[in-house]
Design a protein around this ligand. Structure first.
Ligand code: PAZ
Length: 364
């Protein structure tokens, strides 16, 4: 095993009470955002990605449009440099992809920064696993007139391509998704950029946030991606595939730096920033959301519990800078979900209102 330091590292196993209280393990190695970016290499595609994003932001700034950066999907933490194994974060990308459609409908330009192959706006309605589009397509025999206008030879006549028709169980929905998709394409209001690892995510986020700073208060950040709290620094990573045969694998990971602080204070001090907090213990939701808001000083934390995230979310925010944070629940019921209602519609309506008020209340 080349440069692997697996024997030297161990994953701290927190006591039950410590884990339940959400308190960080004392042995976790903390580094600042500055140290992180000084020691972890940028992805090779960063500059090319940023060139396109710069153009997109410039075009929409000129048009006076609000721009939202949506992050969506889970990040991976590779365990080897030639990666065979990695840890992953839970997220299909549903929240991000669904929200993107409502932001576009509300007139925002959207930078959709998502985990490669996670759900995307519009195509999410026909995902290969839940609603395979191929099932809507039918092959019909081709109809040739008896006297073809152009001369065809015999083999072309007998192997004529069948026509393809679309038979959706819900044609009205397909028409409306298609119309919205075509409209967004023709306006050029949606830009995609992908990440896989937590390192790619962190580099992209910083670069996009700094670039969006030129939009001032018209910039919004909707950080719905599920980002790993831990990572394996490059110098602790095995060059090659970790070999078995030495018994159990013990890993000790460093803590990912808290990047919301520099994001708010330095990278994009004028933007309207929404972070998400996912918990599986609903008792922790409000205290952790409040703690994040106090610690980073951004505008809104949206808390959601894993199993109820499609039915309810809680907005934790300050109505006025000096006041104690307030909570506001948005809820829909199962029946509404079964009828096709999406909680993201209400989340985005609320955020669009809050963003407008915040712009109006800010320095002109
Ligand atoms: O993508 P999805 O719809 O399956 O899940 C969305 C979510 C729960 C990952 C998102 O709403 C969220 O809470 N993101 C932040 C996760 C975190 O606390 O790191």
């Amino acid at each position: 095993m080349a440069s692997c330091s697996i024997d030297a590292v161990r994953l701290p196993t927190p006591s039950r009470s410590r884990a339940d209280s959400g308190v960080e393990t004392p042995s976790a190695h903390h580094i600042s955002a500055g140290e992180y970016y000084a020691t972890q290499p940028p992805p090779s595609t960063l500059e090319a990605d940023m060139q396109k994003i710069r153009q997109f932001i410039g075009r929409h700034k000129e048009a006076g449009r609000k721009v939202v950066l949506i992050t969506s999907g889970g990040t991976t933490v590779p365990l080897e440099r030639n990666v065979v194994r990695f840890l992953d974060n839970f997220s299909a990308g549903t929240r991000g992809a669904t929200s993107a459609e409502y932001f576009l409908k509300a007139g925002y330009a959207v930078i959709f920064m998502h985990r490669q192959f996670s759900l995307q706006p519009f195509s999410r309605h026909y995902s290969h696993s839940t609603n395979p589009f191929l099932d809507f397509l039918e092959l019909e025999p081709a109809h040739h007139s008896s006297a073809p206008s152009s001369p065809l030879n015999a083999s072309e006549m007998t192997n004529a391509d069948p026509l393809i028709t679309v038979r959706s169980p819900d044609p009205a929905k397909l028409r409306s998704v298609l119309a919205a998709y075509k409209d967004v394409k023709s306006r050029g209001t949606l830009h995609f950029v992908t990440f896989v690892t937590v390192n790619e995510y962190l580099w992209l986020l910083r670069a996009v946030a700094k670039e969006m700073n030129i939009l001032g208060r018209n910039a919004m950040y909707y950080l719905a991606a599920a980002v790993s709290d831990f990572f394996l620094p490059l110098d602790k990573m095995s060059e090659h595939k970790i070999q078995s045969g030495k018994g159990s694998l013990v890993l000790e990971m460093d803590q990912v730096p808290k990047i919301l602080k520099p994001m708010v204070d330095e990278w994009t001090p004028h933007g309207f920033l929404i972070s998400f907090k996912l918990e599986t213990d609903s008792e922790l939701l409000i205290p952790k959301a409040r703690a994040a808001l106090d610690r980073y000083g951004h505008q809104v934390v949206i808390g959601n519990e894993l199993h109820r995230r499609k039915l309810e979310v809680v907005f934790v925010s300050h109505t006025k800078a000096s006041e104690k944070a307030t909570e506001k629940w948005l809820r829909i019921d199962e029946e509404a979900v079964n009828r096709g209602k999406e909680i993201e519609e209400d989340i985005i309506a609320e955020l669009v209102r809050e963003h407008a008020t915040w712009i109006a209340d800010g320095p002109s």
